[in-house]
Design a protein around this ligand. Sequence first.
Ligand code: AHR
Length: 326
Amino acid sequence: MSARQRIAKALGAATVGALALGLTACGGDSGGDDLTTIGFVAVGPEGAWREANETNIQDTFTEEAGYELKYAPATNLDQKSQIDAFTSFVDEGVDVILLSATEATGWEDSLKRAQEAEIPVILLDRGIEPDDTDLYVTRIAPDNIEVSTAVADWAVSAFPDGANYFVLEGPAGVSVVNERNEGFDAVASGQPGLVKVGAQTANWSTEEAKGVVETVLKSNDNDVQFIFAQNDEMGLGAVQAVQEAGLTPGVDVKIATIDGTKNALESLAAGELSFVAEYNPLFGETALEVVEKVLDGGDVESSIVVPSATFDSPEAAETALPDRKF
Ligand code: AHR
């Protein structure tokens, strides 16, 4: 049953004629006779987390499930390419748009266009700023404040006598970076023993993070005890830099990361990373349930939190690894 038919069914036969005319006017073009078209404005190649997340979405919205998923990854993480894809989906009249935004700001005009075309927009992972919940149906993501607060709480317990720490951030202007700083800082700022020696983006990159940490260790005479890396790839780069400085990760310098990918858990199991907060990328089923509910005329919360775990020891990592799906 296409989206148009679902919406008509949800509203009852009496309005079918008017609705059908309305939908024709406002788009809502369904793929094929029975397929619901989904325009997925995606980030594209960015790292293990993104690959797991976008593969999971594509593996969920299949033709067998009744969908035609149009995947539109950004060109080199460029927001303009995303806005262009978004506009094309609106003009094409897809039934639903899924958006993982490379930048938090600059979406108002696009979202208003989708609203005028009566095309529901669902945010995946990344939020928008300002967060105008009237401009989209819902955001599906783990809670970045909760995840980064877990990192900070662990740091407080791991360093009862304090520590000098450095933060490896994701790219400037990305919503989750701002949220992770907010959650972490809210706890760390109340701990005078935790002294921030600096923060710098390493753009989610292992290589870039390794270079940044090499410089930080040199400029602080290795007097850094803790590194908060806002994703796994950067944390693994920090491990390499600590080792190349002749220090022992997990002993001289403890490193905490966010994502919970297999590589990070293997590093935690080896005693290199010290804490990994999962940011669960596998929420395709949740996204499909939300799409179904929206197309059937149901209400959904403006924010849907994806549950995520934490791993604070080699044993915890070893237990999780055999069944790890990303
Ligand atoms: O938006 C989620 C973040 O984007 C992940 O933590 C990071 O690995 C990805 O690149």
